[in-house]
Design a protein around this ligand. Structure first.
Ligand SMILES: NC(=O)c1ccc[n+]([C@@H]2O[C@H](COP(=O)([O-])OP(=O)(O)OC[C@H]3O[C@@H](n4cnc5c(N)ncnc54)[C@H](O)[C@@H]3O)[C@@H](O)[C@H]2O)c1
Length: 266
């Protein structure tokens, strides 16, 4: 029999999505779960799967871009007990290019991908400090490290990576660690429209990855589990790419620059 009550609470936002659900499944091994999403039906389904596997799950419908909803969320979650982990995972990209960007989709990108994550951190700031061993993980993106389209989403994710460092620097004295993760291409519902436009989109993407495997939601979850674990107790302020080498460099460009056949066959 698992003693759930003595376990601290982990908050996972965007938990109805594919990466969020995988992170929740992983953290269920060590934590009680407070799962947050704007999509209540999908969140319910996600929670039901986790409960079947023995997880202790409470769900909270919340629009993370509404600051008032965040304080209500924090009050509700703290009734569950000590909150030691916050995973800011909810995110999505709106503007495709700078040319198609306008004031409206720029605001959407910044609001969800940067402001909501920081406001959510602020909502749980005291709880994370009081836990004595708080952990914040912000799910960023390779787009926050390199220019790969979706410019305002990317700018928000770059800002999130920087803000994570700032949190690590300011809150280390409270025993709080803050890290970000930059996933590469992960096949999730977020890709549905692009897959419909180009059924070969994942094969096309894969051709750019030095290590010839696209990350799965479980690979992002494994990185989260490591970063919140005692094994990472001296790791804070970093951005960990889970990107099969995408941001390490380009095999094709290395071939062009060196003219060496050592870079062929990829
Ligand atoms: N899938 C990828 O290729 C990829 C790559 C890099 C980074 N990421 C990042 O990983 C995270 C998860 O992405 P995913 O692919 O699982 O996406 P997803 O679309 O499967 O899940 C995102 C979830 O966030 C929720 N959400 C959206 N707006 C919300 C709001 N205002 N309030 C509360 N919840 C809201 C959605 O309902 C959804 O359940 C995102 O931050 C994304 O930017 C994904």
């Amino acid at each position: 029999m698992i003693d759930h009550v003595s376990r601290p609470v982990a908050v996972v936002t965007g938990a109805a999505g594919d990466i969020g659900a995988a992170i929740a499944a992983q953290l269920a091994e060590t934590h009680r779960l407070a799962l947050v999403d704007i999509d209540l039906a999908a969140l319910d389904a996600s929670a039901a799967n986790l409960r079947k596997a023995g997880a202790d799950v409470t769900i909270f419908r919340c629009d993370l871009t509404r600051v008032q909803d965040l304080s209500d969320l924090a009050i509700g979650v703290q009734k569950l007990g000590k909150v030691s982990v916050l995973i800011n995972n909810a995110g999505a990209a709106a503007a495709l290019s700078l040319h198609s960007m306008n004031a409206e989709n720029l605001a959407v990108d910044l609001s969800l991908n940067l402001e909501a994550a920081l406001n959510c951190f602020k909502a749980f700031e005291t709880a994370l400090i009081d836990s004595g061993d708080g952990n914040l993980i912000n799910i960023a993106s390779v787009n926050g490290l390199s220019s790969l389209g979706h410019p305002s989403y990317s700018a928000a994710k770059a800002g999130l990576i920087h803000a994570t460092r700032a949190i690590a620097v300011e809150y280390g004295k409270h025993g709080l660690r803050a890290n970000s993760i930059a996933p590469g291409t992960v096949k999730t519902q977020a890709w549905k429209a692009r897959e419909a436009a180009n059924p070969g989109v994942f094969e096309d993407a894969l051709s750019w990855y030095p290590y010839k495997t696209l990350p799965e939601p479980e690979d992002i979850a494994a990185a989260v589990a490591f970063l919140v674990s005692p094994a990472a107790r001296c790791i804070t302020g970093v951005c960990l790419p889970v990107d099969s080498g995408l941001t390490a460099g380009s095999t094709a460009l290395a071939r062009t620059f060196t003219q060496s056949t050592d870079f062929d066959g990829y």
